[in-house]
Design a protein around this ligand. Structure first.
Ligand SMILES: N[C@@H](CCC(=O)N[C@@H](CS)C(=O)NCC(=O)O)C(=O)O
Length: 225
C-alpha cells in the first residue's frame, strides 16, 4: 500500500492522476499547507523540503512530483515511452520550466504584497514562451511524446489546466489550442475526475488569508522576525 501525502496544488494533482489511472491502492494522507502542516516534524522527516506531494511505498520515501511519476512509472511499467531520452527531456521541461515559472507567475500576479510590473511581465512572458514551445510540439501529435499518453502528459496537465489563472486571464483561455486540446482530453478521463475529487475529501483551508501567507511565503517574514 502506498501512502500518498497530498495537498492542494498542481504537483499533487499529477501524482493523484497517475495513481487513479493505474488503480494502484493508496492511503490518502492530507496535508493542509494553508495551515502550515507541511512543517510538522513528522512530515519534514519524509520531505525536508516541506512540500507536497510525497509517497511512501512500502518504506521507500519519494518526494517531488517528477521523481514520484518516474518512480511509479518504472515500478509499474506504465505510462512510459521508449527510447527514454525524449521522456526525460520533456519531463524536465515541465519540472524546471513550466512548473517554476508558473509558480512565480501565480505569486507575482495574485499574491505578492505589491504589484511589481517587472516581475509580473518577466514570469508571465516566460510561462507563455514555454507554452508556445509545448503548443508547437503538440501541433502534429496527440500527446507530448507522440501517440502514447505518458507521465509527461500527466505532468503537463497538473499545471496547464490552471493556465488561465497562472497568466491572470481567467476565465478566458490564452491562445494555445493544442495545449487546450490535451488538457480537455485528459480532463475527460475518469481518472482525472477522481484525482480532482481528492480535494473534496478533506476540509482543506481554501482562503489564502494572512495566516496562510505566512505558511506559504515564509521568506516574506522580516529577517529579524
Ligand atoms: N518541485 C516540487 C514542488 C512541490 C510544491 O511546490 N508543492 C506545493 C503544492 S503544488 C506545496 O507543497 N506548497 C506548499 C508550500 O510551498 O509551503 C514538485 O514538483 O513536487
Amino acid at each position: 500500500m502506498i501512502d500518498f501525502y497530498y495537498g492542494l496544488g498542481p504537483n499533487p494533482d499529477k501524482v493523484a492522476l497517475f495513481l487513479e489511472e493505474t488503480g494502484l491502492p493508496y492511503a490518502f494522507k492530507p496535508v493542509d499547507t494553508r495551515r502550515g502542516e507541511q512543517f510538522a516534524p513528522a512530515f519534514t522527516a519524509l520531505n525536508p523540503n516541506a512540500k507536497l506531494p510525497v509517497i511512501v511505498d512500502d518504506g521507500t520515501v519519494v518526494f517531488d512530483s517528477s521523481a514520484i511519476l518516474l518512480y511509479l512509472a518504472e515500478k509499474t511499467g506504465r505510462f512510459l515511452s521508449a527510447p527514454r531520452g525524449e521522456l526525460y527531456s520533456w519531463l524536465m521541461f515541465v519540472a524546471t520550466g513550466i512548473g517554476p515559472y508558473s509558480g512565480q507567475s501565480v505569486h507575482f500576479t495574485h499574491y505578492a504584497p505589491e504589484k511589481n510590473s517587472y516581475a509580473i511581465n518577466r514570469y508571465q512572458r516566460e510561462v507563455e514562451r514555454h507554452y508556445r514551445v509545448l503548443n508547437e510540439r503538440l501541433t502534429d501529435r496527440p500527446y507530448v511524446l507522440g501517440e502514447t499518453y505518458t507521465i509527461v502528459d500527466m505532468s503537463v496537465w497538473g499545471w496547464a489546466r490552471r493556465l488561465p489563472f497562472v497568466l491572470g486571464t481567467a476565465p478566458n483561455w490564452p491562445d494555445f489550442p493544442h495545449v487546450k486540446r490535451l488538457v480537455d482530453d485528459i480532463e475527460s478521463r475518469p481518472a482525472a475526475k477522481a484525482a480532482l475529487a481528492l480535494a473534496g475529501q478533506h476540509a482543506f483551508k481554501r482562503e489564502i488569508d494572512g495566516d496562510a501567507r505566512t505558511f506559504l511565503f515564509p521568506q516574506n517574514r522580516p529577517a529579524d522576525a
